[in-house]
Ligand binder design. Sequence first.
Ligand code: NAD
Length: 258
Amino acid sequence: MYEDLKDKVVIITGGNSGIGKATSERFGKEGSKVVIGYLDHVEEAEKVVQTIKDAGSDAIAIKADVSIEEDIKNLIQQTHEKFGRIDVLINNAGFEKPIPTHEMSLAEWSKVIDINLTGAFIGSREVINYYLEHDIKGQIINTASVHDVIPWPNYVNYAASKGGLKLMMETMSMEYGKNGIRINNISPGAIVTEHTREKFSDPATREETLEMIPLNEIGEADQVANINVFLASEQASYIHGTTLYVDGGMTNYPAFMG
Ligand code: NAD
């Protein structure tokens, strides 16, 4: 438990599934006030809200497409109206679909860049303005990926988005550290979520994936959620402008491409 997270106001985009859901619920357990940004599946968002309320904290779900400026402005404004402040923004929403480069349409390229990179830019810019206006030493945590340093066939748009997210975060950390705004990334490796559980249950896929993970385990969403709360807490007060890899050592796998 991180006592200082109690009553902190935390926005998590894509907070109604996978890593975002685990992170929302974990902040709820810490007593934070949680804002779940969601694109669709409102019933899942409402379930997360209820879980957090049952744990004794407060939460709200707000529909927001991260690639639309007006949605993000509205997310920030509604959060302020409900809770009176914002302390942490977690740019977690993301999308991926493997496609060979020579077959990728511009629309397929742009969709991933718009959500994973531009979405995090819009969210960061808006919350930085909010922090500056209200003189809050707030935080931004982006969910990146091991793809920010590992090239992977058929993921050219995803790699560009997450690699861009790494340098975007590092650049912003140089600009706003002086304001006490801490900005970091978490880069997960292979993590089981509702969407990937079936894929990783397949013995061949599982074995192939495990070969790339020195710790010989596929991760769970809770293991990423744990690092989100740690980074947001005072325990991590001197961590700034960096990427924490939550990947069982995957980024050190020496002969990654075999
Ligand atoms: P997920 O599909 O369960 O979650 C992604 C969330 O983003 C969903 O709630 C989805 O609705 C939301 N989203 C997508 N487009 C959006 C948009 N335009 N606006 C708002 N929300 C939108 O998958 P996940 O695995 O939990 O992914 C969460 C983050 O973790 C993503 O950024 C992903 O790239 C990253 N990641 C996941 C893994 C993994 O193995 N699961 C590994 C590395 C990085």
